[in-house]
Ligand binder design. Structure first.
Ligand code: B12
Ligand code: SF4
Length: 333
């Protein structure tokens, strides 16, 4: 008789203890205002298919390779080996994009989002989520980054599909996050991570990750500096008030290697390439020499500040003139 009464009482005590533990956990995560985020991240500890990282994006066209993905991969440290870059072009049908991503046995999917691929990325992520659920496979951790998601409000629809969003320059923040994820230590990381601008003297360049086919057939994006000192209202680059420069000698050595490997069309991503005239002249002299060596079969594109054209710079342009393209918006900074 006594036993029949004791069992439920013992259970009740046990339940109360469990309940208190749960209550404690709930309050802890409430305090961090992270309950939903945490729920998405809880996974089977041993259920990961592999340790691989895929970095992907949808480029505006096939001829525009993404420098961002190459920089992110190059700066992954020991995880670089486990990372693959898979690029698409806007006009490819959705199935061509989901196919390789579903075939990859990935643990982290990093997606670069820009204005031209926002809608297409949303479609892609929606389709991938459906496919992962239907196949009953462990979905990878989805990390978004890029200029478009760096400034959207947290309620933006695209963030429904993200576990983490890195806002700003990703080279160091993405590497740190991947390391945490691989070590199972990401649970305390907030969903939105504000990355500080990186030290351009410290990060690794990603130019070696341009494949021979890229060099032969695509535009080769390079950057000698980041940021813009002007404040045009409509432009994202106006948010950085300073210009930071990559160290010049290593940069020119990297350009030399790219020319040597057969790159024929260079596009400088610098917002105001000629803001530092001395440096600009050195880069121009370097490419003039290469153009001579290649008997003119080399195209180099810069975006220039039209008001900063002293004679010594103008004097170097007769050869370049026909290829000079001035950013429209830069006329009235
Ligand atoms: C090359 C380029 C293009 C190319 C496309 C390139 C491609 N891959 O397809 C072309 C010429 C087609 C283009 C067109 C346009 N572009 Co554009 N373009 C650029 C440019 C000059 C370089 C982009 C780049 O490679 N930067 C270098 C990399 C290293 O920087 P990043 O991409 O920002 O990447 C860093 C971070 O964002 C982050 N990150 C990026 N991806 C990821 C991914 C993950 C997972 C993580 C963690 C982090 C991360 O880490 C990276 C390293 O620090 C930028 C300006 C600039 N200098 O950045 C404008 C820029 C991206 N373009 C812009 C705009 C507005 C346009 C146009 C709309 C212009 C127009 N009015 O027509 C069109 C859109 C065309 C379309 N079809 O809709 C804006 C973007 C605004 C936005 N919200 O995305 C920018 C920022 C210019 C500006 N200052 O306003 N563009
Ligand atoms: S000068 Fe060009 S890059 Fe700089 S803020 Fe204005 S439009 Fe943007």
């Amino acid at each position: 008789m006594a036993d029949r009464h004791c069992r439920p009482v013992r259970l009740l005590v046990k339940e109360k203890k469990v309940f208190r533990k749960l209550q404690f956990l709930k309050n802890y995560f409430r305090k961090k205002q992270n309950v939903q985020h945490f729920a998405r991240l809880v996974r089977e500890p041993t259920g990961f298919p592999s340790k691989s990282i895929v970095l992907t994006t949808i480029n505006a066209k096939w001829i525009h390779p993404s420098l961002a993905l190459r920089l992110l991969k190059a700066n992954l440290g020991p995880l670089e080996e486990t990372c693959e870059i898979i690029e698409f072009a806007l006009r490819q049908p959705l199935g061509e994009k989901t196919g390789p991503l579903l075939a990859a046995r990935l643990r982290i999917l990093g997606v670069s989002v820009s204005i031209w691929n926002h809608t297409a990325t949303l479609e892609l992520l929606e389709e991938l989520e459906k496919a992962w659920a239907a196949r009953n496979v462990t979905r990878p951790v989805v990390v978004l980054g890029g200029p478009e998601v760096s400034h959207l409000p947290p309620e933006a629809e695209i963030f429904r599909f993200a576990d983490f969003v890195i806002r700003g320059e990703g080279e160091e923040a993405f590497s740190a996050l991947c390391e945490n994820i691989m070590n199972g230590a990401e649970h305390d990381t907030p969903k939105f991570i504000n990355a500080e601008p990186v030290n351009l003297e410290k990060i690794k360049s990603g130019y070696h990750l341009y494949a021979d086919e890229d060099l032969a057939k695509k535009l080769i994006y390079v950057e000698a500096s980041r940021g813009c000192p002007f404040n045009c209202e409509f432009c994202l680059s106006a948010l950085d008030s300073t210009v930071r420069e990559f160290p010049l000698d290593p940069f020119l050595a990297q350009m030399d290697e790219l020319v040597g490997r057969g790159a024929s069309t260079f596009k400088f991503l610098d917002r105001s390439f000629n803001i530092n005239i001395k440096r600009a002249l050195k880069v121009i002299e370097f490419f003039l020499e290469k153009i001579k060596e290649r008997k003119g079969r080399l195209v180099v594109h810069f975006e220039m500040v039209p008001s900063l054209f002293p004679d010594e710079l103008r004097g170097r342009f007769p050869v370049f003139r026909r290829k000079l393209c001035v950013l429209k918006s830069a006329f009235s900074p």
